[in-house]
Write a protein that binds this ligand. Structure first.
Ligand SMILES: [Zn+2]
Ligand SMILES: [Zn+2]
Ligand SMILES: [Zn+2]
Ligand SMILES: [Zn+2]
Length: 107
């Protein structure tokens, strides 16, 4: 039976000898693919074009989405505790105040 021999086009495209391409299919059995590092998320085992890593737009981190971002939760928590002495309100700091009557914003 030679049907389960396998032939890896990924190794072939990577410039490997044909004998190294036989015996497996592209995927997790592939030593070439296993040693390759994704230049998007930095994980090994896939290329950028096959990267399915979750990307967080908030912290620019991989492995989670913005909804699960710990840094964003921290920021929201910080903002909750922030206090603006100009508006006498919580939710932002005086430095980040966008109150039009705040002298910082008068041009
Ligand atoms: Zn291969
Ligand atoms: Zn990746
Ligand atoms: Zn994040
Ligand atoms: Zn304010």
């Amino acid at each position: 039976m030679s049907s389960n021999q396998g032939f890896c086009t990924f190794c072939l495209n990577a410039g490997k000898d044909k004998q190294d391409c036989y015996g497996h299919y592209p995927g997790k059995d592939c030593p070439t693919l296993g040693s390759i590092e994704c230049n998007r998320c930095g994980e090994k085992g896939h290329t950028r074009g096959h990267c399915t890593a979750d990307f967080c737009r908030f912290c620019k981190g991989f492995g989670h989405l913005v909804n699960d971002c710990e840094k964003l939760k921290e920021k929201i928590e910080r903002d909750k505790n922030a206090y603006c002495s100009f508006c006498e309100e919580n939710g932002h700091t005086t430095r980040r105040c966008d109150n039009p009557y705040n002298s910082r914003n008068i041009k």
